[in-house]
Design a protein around this ligand. Structure first.
Ligand SMILES: C[S@@+](CC[C@H](N)C(=O)[O-])C[C@H]1O[C@@H](n2cnc3c(N)ncnc32)[C@H](O)[C@@H]1O
Length: 281
């Protein structure tokens, strides 16, 4: 079934008129892909889908949850995490407290990566971690910190690359360092994060399209990776403004490897790859 621009506009308008969500400024390419998948799965055309969205609010909530992409992994892009470890986190050593926000945290693997790294560097205790997403289902998974083992075996490889610095000389004990952070139950096909990590972050539902910073603090580090890639330029600029206003002076922003700040906000940050530092006003 071919989804044309008129279908996408119809879809955006129906969602806008029947809920608090607004996908007007999402990239058309990604909306087209998701909408095509949804219509095929439900075996509906756009008019039927629009009718259901208007008449059934629970259905609308379910469709919104299907619209966004939740792919994530532990220490995704390990080389970036190595730079967080060697270049950024050491600059936080002298601070009495550290505030880190992960907008678009999905199911939490990015947050657990940060928690483990902070623990490994003895910075966990004074750190405050905030996670948010538009989708409450993924936040629930992040809170539970329980993942399928068979999907995530590569986690251990990433873990070794970042926390053991990929060392081939690491001892057997060092190689088992992950045991401090999570347990693996192969028969139940589960990886379970330890409670002291699970209970550390504060989570909130937060829609970057319309919500302000709901955490009532300013941040030293905002990690927003693989989220703005789904937004058009206008929405990206709006989100950069939100981040700028809520970073402490000199605070740092990290985007995904395929994301960057172009346009007016590029002047407001100093880029030292891969980090963006908030410039003084
Ligand atoms: C691909 S995941 C990225 C997960 C993680 N940051 C990473 O890079 O591994 C994108 C996440 O952004 C969330 N998202 C999409 N639109 C959003 C919005 N308007 N406000 C907040 N989160 C949003 C999705 O629900 C999804 O969990």
């Amino acid at each position: 079934m071919e989804v044309v621009e008129r279908d996408i506009r119809n879809f955006q308008e129906t969602i806008r008129n029947n809920s608090d969500y607004d996908f007007t400024d999402y990239s058309l390419t990604s909306l087209r892909r998701r909408l095509t998948k949804i219509l095929m799965e439900l075996d509906m055309d756009m008019d039927k889908l629009a009718g259901e969205l208007r008449s059934d609010h629970d259905f609308l909530e379910r469709i919104v949850k299907k619209l966004t992409v939740h792919t994530t992994e532990l220490f995704r892009d390990p080389d970036i995490w190595k730079k967080i470890r060697t270049e950024l986190l050491p600059t936080f050593r002298e601070k009495s407290s550290i505030h880190i926000w992960h907008p678009g945290c999905s199911t939490g693997q990015e947050i657990f990566s940060m928690l483990m790294l902070l623990d490994d560097m003895d910075l966990l205790e004074k750190s405050n971690i905030y996670g948010s997403d538009i989708n409450t289902d993924v936040i629930e998974i992040a809170r539970e910190g329980r993942y399928k083992y068979h999907f995530n075996q590569s986690y251990l490889e990433n873990f070794d690359r970042v926390l053991l610095n990929g060392s081939d000389n690491a001892s057997g004990d060092q190689r088992k360092r992950w045991k401090k952070y999570f347990s693996i139950d192969e028969t139940r096909d589960a990886i379970q994060m330890k409670d002291y990590l699970r209970n550390k972050p504060s989570y909130k539902k937060l829609d970057l399209v319309k919500d302000p910073n709901l955490f009532q603090v300013k941040f030293d580090f905002i990690v927003c990776r693989n989220v703005i890639i789904y937004f058009n330029n206008d929405l990206q600029n709006k989100v950069f403004n939100l981040f700028l206003e809520n970073l402490n002076p000199g605070g740092t922003l990290l985007l995904g490897v395929h994301e960057s700040i172009l346009g007016p906000y590029s002047k407001k940050f100093l880029k030292r790859d891969p980090f963006y530092y908030k410039q003084p006003a």
